[in-house]
Design a protein around this ligand. Structure first.
Ligand code: HEC
Length: 140
Protein backbone atom coordinates (compact mmCIF):
# COMPACT_ATOMS: atom_id res chain seq x y z
CA UNK A 1 0.00 0.00 0.00
CA UNK A 2 2.61 2.50 1.15
CA UNK A 3 5.10 1.45 -1.55
CA UNK A 4 3.47 2.77 -4.76
CA UNK A 5 2.19 5.90 -2.98
CA UNK A 6 5.65 6.75 -1.72
CA UNK A 7 7.09 6.22 -5.16
CA UNK A 8 4.69 8.64 -6.76
CA UNK A 9 5.27 11.21 -4.04
CA UNK A 10 9.01 11.13 -4.32
CA UNK A 11 8.88 11.37 -8.13
CA UNK A 12 6.53 14.34 -8.01
CA UNK A 13 8.46 16.02 -5.23
CA UNK A 14 11.89 15.65 -6.84
CA UNK A 15 11.62 18.86 -8.82
CA UNK A 16 9.09 21.07 -10.57
CA UNK A 17 10.80 20.65 -13.95
CA UNK A 18 9.98 16.95 -14.57
CA UNK A 19 6.34 17.77 -13.97
CA UNK A 20 6.48 20.59 -16.49
CA UNK A 21 8.34 18.31 -18.91
CA UNK A 22 5.71 15.62 -18.44
CA UNK A 23 3.04 18.23 -19.05
CA UNK A 24 4.55 19.32 -22.35
CA UNK A 25 5.11 15.67 -23.34
CA UNK A 26 1.43 15.06 -22.77
CA UNK A 27 0.68 18.08 -24.96
CA UNK A 28 2.95 16.72 -27.68
CA UNK A 29 1.42 13.25 -27.45
CA UNK A 30 -2.05 14.79 -27.66
CA UNK A 31 -1.06 16.66 -30.80
CA UNK A 32 0.41 13.50 -32.34
CA UNK A 33 -2.74 11.55 -31.53
CA UNK A 34 -4.88 14.19 -33.22
CA UNK A 35 -2.57 14.25 -36.27
CA UNK A 36 -2.66 10.44 -36.47
CA UNK A 37 -6.45 10.51 -36.31
CA UNK A 38 -6.65 13.09 -39.10
CA UNK A 39 -4.16 11.11 -41.19
CA UNK A 40 -6.12 7.89 -40.83
CA UNK A 41 -9.39 9.60 -41.71
CA UNK A 42 -7.74 10.98 -44.86
CA UNK A 43 -6.36 7.54 -45.72
CA UNK A 44 -9.81 6.01 -45.38
CA UNK A 45 -11.35 8.71 -47.56
CA UNK A 46 -8.65 8.41 -50.24
CA UNK A 47 -8.21 4.65 -50.19
CA UNK A 48 -11.26 2.78 -49.04
CA UNK A 49 -13.80 5.14 -50.55
CA UNK A 50 -12.84 5.89 -54.14
CA UNK A 51 -16.11 7.81 -54.27
CA UNK A 52 -14.45 10.57 -52.29
CA UNK A 53 -11.88 11.38 -54.95
CA UNK A 54 -13.79 11.39 -58.16
CA UNK A 55 -11.95 13.02 -61.01
CA UNK A 56 -13.49 15.74 -63.22
CA UNK A 57 -14.37 13.21 -65.94
CA UNK A 58 -16.28 11.01 -63.51
CA UNK A 59 -17.98 14.01 -61.95
CA UNK A 60 -19.19 15.43 -65.24
CA UNK A 61 -20.34 11.98 -66.38
CA UNK A 62 -22.38 11.50 -63.23
CA UNK A 63 -24.04 14.89 -63.68
CA UNK A 64 -25.50 13.85 -67.05
CA UNK A 65 -28.68 11.93 -67.60
CA UNK A 66 -27.90 8.89 -69.73
CA UNK A 67 -30.01 7.45 -72.51
CA UNK A 68 -30.48 3.72 -72.17
CA UNK A 69 -31.25 3.41 -75.88
CA UNK A 70 -28.14 5.25 -76.98
CA UNK A 71 -26.14 3.28 -74.40
CA UNK A 72 -27.44 0.05 -75.92
CA UNK A 73 -26.25 1.15 -79.34
CA UNK A 74 -22.82 2.04 -77.98
CA UNK A 75 -22.72 -1.30 -76.22
CA UNK A 76 -23.45 -3.20 -79.45
CA UNK A 77 -20.61 -1.42 -81.22
CA UNK A 78 -17.98 -1.42 -78.49
CA UNK A 79 -18.74 -4.06 -75.95
CA UNK A 80 -20.96 -6.82 -77.33
CA UNK A 81 -18.02 -8.53 -79.06
CA UNK A 82 -16.71 -9.54 -75.66
CA UNK A 83 -19.74 -9.34 -73.37
CA UNK A 84 -22.31 -10.77 -75.81
CA UNK A 85 -25.09 -9.00 -77.70
CA UNK A 86 -27.40 -9.37 -74.71
CA UNK A 87 -24.55 -8.75 -72.23
CA UNK A 88 -24.93 -12.40 -71.28
CA UNK A 89 -21.19 -12.96 -71.18
CA UNK A 90 -18.67 -14.30 -73.71
CA UNK A 91 -14.98 -13.45 -73.35
CA UNK A 92 -15.99 -10.86 -70.75
CA UNK A 93 -18.36 -11.63 -67.88
CA UNK A 94 -22.15 -11.52 -67.90
CA UNK A 95 -23.08 -7.92 -67.05
CA UNK A 96 -26.59 -8.55 -65.77
CA UNK A 97 -26.61 -7.47 -62.15
CA UNK A 98 -23.22 -5.79 -62.44
CA UNK A 99 -24.71 -2.61 -60.92
CA UNK A 100 -25.19 -4.62 -57.74
CA UNK A 101 -21.48 -5.45 -57.62
CA UNK A 102 -20.00 -2.15 -58.73
CA UNK A 103 -21.12 1.42 -58.16
CA UNK A 104 -21.18 4.01 -60.94
CA UNK A 105 -17.67 5.26 -60.21
CA UNK A 106 -16.30 1.73 -60.31
CA UNK A 107 -18.14 1.04 -63.57
CA UNK A 108 -16.66 4.19 -65.11
CA UNK A 109 -13.20 3.13 -63.94
CA UNK A 110 -13.77 -0.31 -65.42
CA UNK A 111 -14.48 1.22 -68.82
CA UNK A 112 -11.88 3.99 -68.93
CA UNK A 113 -8.95 2.57 -66.98
CA UNK A 114 -7.84 -0.43 -69.03
CA UNK A 115 -6.67 -2.04 -65.80
CA UNK A 116 -8.27 -5.41 -66.50
CA UNK A 117 -6.92 -6.74 -69.78
CA UNK A 118 -8.05 -8.00 -72.21
CA UNK A 119 -10.77 -5.39 -71.76
CA UNK A 120 -9.37 -2.34 -73.53
CA UNK A 121 -9.26 1.20 -72.29
CA UNK A 122 -12.19 3.18 -73.69
CA UNK A 123 -12.35 6.96 -73.80
CA UNK A 124 -16.03 7.79 -74.32
CA UNK A 125 -17.25 11.36 -74.09
CA UNK A 126 -18.96 11.94 -70.71
CA UNK A 127 -22.37 11.80 -72.42
CA UNK A 128 -21.55 8.45 -74.05
CA UNK A 129 -20.30 7.12 -70.72
CA UNK A 130 -23.51 8.29 -69.04
CA UNK A 131 -25.48 6.48 -71.77
CA UNK A 132 -23.49 3.27 -71.18
CA UNK A 133 -24.19 3.56 -67.46
CA UNK A 134 -27.92 3.94 -68.16
CA UNK A 135 -27.74 0.77 -70.28
CA UNK A 136 -25.87 -1.17 -67.58
CA UNK A 137 -28.48 -0.06 -65.01
CA UNK A 138 -31.27 -1.20 -67.29
CA UNK A 139 -29.70 -4.69 -67.46
CA UNK A 140 -30.46 -5.06 -63.75
C1 HEC B 1 -11.77 -7.26 -75.52
C2 HEC B 1 -12.89 -7.70 -74.74
C3 HEC B 1 -13.73 -6.69 -73.99
C4 HEC B 1 -14.36 -5.57 -74.48
C5 HEC B 1 -14.35 -5.02 -75.91
C6 HEC B 1 -15.08 -5.00 -73.36
N1 HEC B 1 -14.89 -5.75 -72.23
FE1 HEC B 1 -15.66 -5.37 -70.41
N2 HEC B 1 -14.64 -6.91 -69.65
C7 HEC B 1 -13.85 -7.78 -70.38
C8 HEC B 1 -13.22 -8.71 -69.47
C9 HEC B 1 -12.28 -9.85 -69.84
C10 HEC B 1 -13.67 -8.37 -68.17
C11 HEC B 1 -13.27 -9.00 -66.85
C12 HEC B 1 -12.08 -8.23 -66.38
C13 HEC B 1 -11.58 -8.69 -65.04
O1 HEC B 1 -12.23 -8.37 -64.04
O2 HEC B 1 -10.52 -9.30 -65.00
C14 HEC B 1 -14.56 -7.23 -68.33
C15 HEC B 1 -15.21 -6.65 -67.29
C16 HEC B 1 -16.18 -5.65 -67.44
C17 HEC B 1 -16.98 -5.11 -66.37
C18 HEC B 1 -16.95 -5.54 -64.91
C19 HEC B 1 -17.76 -6.78 -64.76
C20 HEC B 1 -17.86 -7.26 -63.34
O3 HEC B 1 -18.49 -8.31 -63.15
O4 HEC B 1 -17.35 -6.61 -62.44
C21 HEC B 1 -17.80 -4.18 -66.92
C22 HEC B 1 -18.84 -3.35 -66.20
C23 HEC B 1 -17.49 -4.11 -68.31
N3 HEC B 1 -16.50 -5.03 -68.60
C24 HEC B 1 -18.10 -3.28 -69.20
C25 HEC B 1 -17.71 -3.13 -70.51
C26 HEC B 1 -18.24 -2.12 -71.38
C27 HEC B 1 -19.31 -1.11 -71.00
C28 HEC B 1 -17.59 -2.26 -72.57
C29 HEC B 1 -17.74 -1.41 -73.80
C30 HEC B 1 -17.53 0.01 -73.65
C31 HEC B 1 -16.68 -3.38 -72.45
N4 HEC B 1 -16.77 -3.88 -71.17
C32 HEC B 1 -15.87 -3.86 -73.45
C33 HEC B 1 -13.65 -7.78 -71.73
C34 HEC B 1 -14.07 -6.79 -72.58
Amino acid sequence: MAGPGAGVDSAAGASADPAAAAQSRRGLIGTLVVLAAIASILLVLLGALPAARSDPYTRSTLQLAGSEERGGQLFMINCAGCHGIAAQGLVGPNLHGVVGRKNDRQLIQQVVSGRTPPMPRFQPEPQAMADLLAYLHALA
